[in-house]
Ligand binder design. Structure first.
Ligand SMILES: [Zn+2]
Length: 72
């Protein structure tokens, strides 16, 4: 009885696997997009130069491009 049911259930199992794989791929692509979005160019509060978030210097709640700008 169970052996006879396996060929009938196989397409459904494959469909579920494909859907799981699709959602996994979409979720990984979505997380990649959000990480790219978080790394934006931000303008310096002192001189107005656009700086990459990784190189940004935060001081007193303001964003600066270099140490010289934090002093001015
Ligand atoms: Zn600056």
């Amino acid at each position: 009885m169970i052996v006879k049911l396996i060929p009938l259930l196989a397409p459904f199992l494959i469909l579920i696997l494909i859907r799981l794989a699709k959602s996994y791929i979409l979720s990984t692509l979505f997380t990649k997009k959000t990480t790219q979005k978080s790394k934006e160019m931000v303008s310096c509060d002192s001189c107005g130069t656009f700086v990459h978030e990784d190189l940004l210097i935060s001081k007193f709640g303001k964003k600066y491009c270099s140490k010289e700008c934090t002093n001015s």
